[in-house]
Design a protein around this ligand. Structure first.
Ligand SMILES: Cc1cc2nc3c(=O)[nH]c(=O)nc-3n(C[C@H](O)[C@H](O)[C@H](O)COP(=O)(O)OP(=O)(O)OC[C@H]3O[C@@H](n4cnc5c(N)ncnc54)[C@H](O)[C@@H]3O)c2cc1C
Length: 403
C-alpha cells in the first residue's frame, strides 16, 4: 500500500509530488511514456515571477533557451502593432523536455520513486483506498494507495472514472522550431491575432536566438498544422520565412481555461491541464498548474499525516487554488471570447487605439503574464475606449458563439 500515487509525470504531477515529499510522506509517480519529458508539446514561455511562485527561480542554464524576453509585440491581420513591455526581463523560454527532466531530478533527489512505462488504465475507489490498474508494459498490474493525484494532462481518462469532470474547451495547436527566421528580436515574443490562420486563438513567434524561433498557432479546427503552414506563408510573414529549415515539429492541445467544476473527491485530487488550470488568453498552463500542484501536494501530504482522505478534508485544495487564480481565469476567459468575436478590422482598430503612450504606461506597470486582470480593470477606467467597447461588446453579447 502506497501513501500517495501521482498519475502523470508532467510539470503538474512532478511539482505536486515534490511538494508532498517535503512532508516526509511516501510518494510514487507513474508516467505512461518510457521517459520523463519525452515529448515537448509546449512553447516553454514562462514568467520569471511565476517560476518564483512555484519555487523554481533558479533554473539550470542548459534548460534556458532565451532569458532576454521583456515583452510582446501584438499584431493585427492588417499589420498594426502594439508593444507590451516591462522595463526588465520578465519571462524565459525554456526547453520543456529538459524542464520536465529537471523536475524529475529534483523529485529523484528527494527520494520520490518514478516509474516510467506505467500507464494507469483504470482507477477505482473502495471505502478506504484507491486501486490503480496499470497497462501491459508496466512492471506491476495494480497498485493500492491512500490518495491519488491525477495529473494526466489535456485529455484525462481517469477523471470521469471517479465521477469528476474533465476540461472540454480545447484548442488544437501546432508548433515548429524553425532555423532561418528573418528579423527576430530576442527581447520580444510576437503574437498574431488573425482569425484566418488561428481561428479562436492566435499565432506566435517565440525567439530562441537571432535566427531560431518557435513558431506556432492554436486553432479551434484541425489539422492545426495546416493552419500553421498557411500562417508561415501568409502575406504578413512570408518575407521572414524566405529560406528556412524546420528543426522540429510538435502538436498538442490546450484546455482553454475552462477549469473543471470540481477537482477533488474522496481519496482523489486533480491538477494541471487535467483540471483545466490554464490561462484562457495564452493557453499557458505550467505556472498556474504548478501553483495548484503545489497546493495539491501539500493537502495530500496533510491527508496522509492526519489519516483523513475524505472529500470534506480534500476540499481545501480546491478552495485554495480557486482563491489564488479562479477569478483571473474567468476574466481572461471573457477576454479570450471577446477577442474571438472581433473581426480583423476591429482587432486592427483596437491595436491602433491601445498603441498610445498612456496605455503603454498601464502595460508596463500592471502587466503580468500570469495575471492579466489588473490590466483589464485599468483599461476599463479609460472613458475614450468605451464607445468601441460598447459597440463591439453589444455585438459580442448578442452574437451567436462561434464555438
Ligand atoms: C503547442 C503548445 C504550446 C504551449 N506553450 C506553453 C507555454 O509557452 N507556456 C506554458 O506555461 N504552457 C504552454 N503550454 C501548455 C503546457 O504545455 C501545459 O499546460 C502543461 O504541460 C501542463 O502540464 P501537466 O503536467 O498538467 O500535463 P502534461 O505536461 O501533459 O503531462 C501529463 C503527463 O501525464 C502522462 N500521462 C497521461 N495519462 C497518463 C496515465 N493514464 N498514466 C500515466 N501517465 C499518464 C503523460 O504522458 C504526460 O507525461 C503549451 C501547450 C501546447 C500544446
Amino acid at each position: 500500500m502506497r501513501e500517495i500515487v501521482v498519475v502523470g509525470g508532467g510539470p503538474a504531477g512532478l511539482l505536486s509530488a515534490i511538494e508532498a515529499r517535503k512532508y516526509d510522506v511516501d510518494v510514487l509517480v507513474l508516467e505512461s511514456k518510457n521517459e520523463i519529458g519525452k515529448t515537448e508539446h509546449c512553447a516553454g514561455l514562462l514568467s520569471i515571477n511565476g517560476l518564483k511562485k512555484i519555487g523554481l527561480e533558479k533554473l539550470p542554464l542548459d534548460i534556458i533557451q532565451n532569458k532576454e524576453i521583456i515583452g510582446a509585440k501584438i499584431f493585427s491581420a492588417r499589420g498594426s502593432e502594439l508593444i507590451v513591455e516591462k522595463k526588465s526581463h520578465h519571462a524565459l523560454v525554456v526547453n520543456r523536455s529538459k524542464f520536465n527532466k529537471y523536475l524529475a531530478s529534483i523529485a529523484h533527489d528527494l527520494g520520490i520513486e518514478i516509474n516510467t512505462n506505467s500507464r494507469v488504465k483504470k482507477i477505482q475507489r473502495n471505502s478506504e483506498n484507491v486501486e490503480l490498474i496499470l497497462g501491459k508494459h508496466s512492471k506491476r498490474n495494480k497498485i493500492m494507495t491512500k490518495i491519488s493525484i491525477l495529473a494526466e494532462g489535456r485529455f484525462p481518462k481517469l477523471n470521469s472514472q471517479v465521477g469528476l469532470p474533465y476540461p472540454n474547451d480545447i484548442i488544437f495547436a501546432s508548433q515548429f522550431i524553425i532555423n532561418g527566421v528573418k528579423d527576430l528580436d530576442k527581447r520580444y515574443v510576437e503574437l498574431y491575432q488573425i482569425s484566418e490562420y488561428a481561428p479562436g486563438f492566435f499565432g506566435w513567434i517565440i525567439p530562441i536566438n537571432d535566427e531560431i524561433a518557435k513558431v506556432g498557432i492554436g486553432s479551434r479546427y484541425r489539422p492545426a498544422k495546416r493552419y500553421l503552414r498557411n500562417f508561415i506563408f501568409s502575406d504578413l510573414l512570408k518575407k521572414r520565412f524566405h529560406s528556412f529549415k524546420i528543426l522540429k515539429e510538435m502538436s498538442g492541445a490546450i484546455p482553454l481555461g475552462s477549469f473543471i467544476r470540481r477537482s477533488y473527491t474522496d481519496n482523489i485530487l486533480v491538477v494541471g491541464d487535467a483540471a483545466g488550470q490554464t490561462k484562457p488568453t495564452t493557453g499557458g498552463g505550467v505556472i498556474l498548474g504548478g501553483i495548484a500542484a503545489r497546493i495539491a501536494g501539500e493537502i495530500a501530504a496533510k491527508a496522509v499525516i492526519e489519516g483523513n482522505y475524505t472529500k470534506s478534508f480534500l476540499k481545501q485544495y480546491e478552495k485554495r487554488w480557486k482563491k489564488e487564480f479562479a477569478r483571473n481565469l474567468l476574466i481572461m476567459k471573457l477576454v479570450r471570447h471577446y477577442l474571438d468575436s472581433l473581426d480583423d478590422k476591429e482587432i486592427d482598430d483596437l491595436v491602433k487605439m491601445l498603441n498610445k503612450q498612456k496605455y503603454q504606461k498601464i502595460f508596463t506597470s500592471k502587466g503580468d503574464v500570469d495575471n492579466q486582470q489588473a490590466i483589464v480593470w485599468k483599461l476599463l477606467t479609460k472613458l475614450e475606449l468605451w464607445p468601441f467597447l460598447i459597440k463591439t461588446g453589444l455585438k459580442f453579447t448578442f452574437k451567436k458563439k462561434k464555438w
